[in-house]
Design a protein around this ligand. Sequence first.
Ligand SMILES: [Zn+2]
Length: 108
Amino acid sequence: MPGLNLKKGDHVEVLSGKDRGKRGRVVRVWPKDDKIMVEGVNFVKRHEKVRAATGRAGTQGGIITKEMPVHISNVGLVCDDCDKPRRIGFEIDDEGKHRVCRTCGKRI
Ligand SMILES: [Zn+2]
């Protein structure tokens, strides 16, 4: 959904992939890359390396889980009134451009 204009704090639902159906708040946005980070979504496991300089006896590397960015085409903006991810339209008035739910007309 290009042009979705997602912002930090938006409520989104994942529409595809392993996290499909999960919802969360947008915590970070990379507008140029069309990527966002969503709270609790797209956790990946990574092996943490032990650095030689800080390594001491008993220090071990481990598996850490980390949130990774997702492409905005994989998420939908949730309309709180519909309680579903909805197609978004735009409305323009004196105050500027507003996002609206195309189903119920509520501003999001
Ligand atoms: Zn709605």
